[in-house]
Design a protein around this ligand. Structure first.
Ligand code: CUA
Length: 152
């Protein structure tokens, strides 16, 4: 008689453990979807207020913000067009794997990590064109992953 009782209690415990583990896993999943603290969900960029339609916004006199999405193997938008003699803050995130974001000839150089938003500010002067390159290996097309910053 007692053996049956113990068996039943053991089964209850095991079911309880499994339920706890499952619930814990679901909890972690919910936390990862939450985009707070400057982070962003790489799988939901389409719903992000800025990254869903990446581009340049004027935020002050001669001050601009450029939202950029890196993905295998492009930068969006391309080209990034900003007015001459202005301060441009880039916010860059990745839709897939780790990329690099380097504006050749400027101090803008950062890693781009999915789930995070990299921020880098550049003072642009005269009109011209600056190449943008990915400097972190990101797959077969890495060497051709380029963009353009056009100062007009
Ligand atoms: Cu993207 Cu290398």
């Amino acid at each position: 008689q007692y053996e049956k009782l113990w068996l039943g209690m053991s089964l209850l415990l095991i079911v309880g453990f499994i339920a706890t583990i499952t619930y814990g896993a679901v909890g972690v999943g919910v936390t990862m979807i939450d985009d707070s603290g400057g982070n962003v969900d790489p799988n939901a960029l389409d719903e992000h207020p800025e990254f869903s339609d990446p581009g340049v916004e004027k935020v002050g006199e001669n001050e601009y913000e450029a939202y950029v999405v890196a993905r295998q193997f492009i930068f969006q938008p391309d080209p990034i067009v900003v007015p001459a003699n202005s301060t441009v803050t880039f916010y860059v995130t990745s839709a897939d794997v780790v990329h690099g974001f380097s504006v050749v000839g400027t101090n803008a150089n950062t890693m781009v990590i999915p789930g995070e938003v990299a921020e880098v500010t550049v003072e642009v002067g005269e009109p011209g064109e600056y190449g943008i390159v990915c400097h972190e290996y990101c797959g077969a097309g890495h060497h051709s992953m380029e963009g353009m910053l056009r100062v007009v």
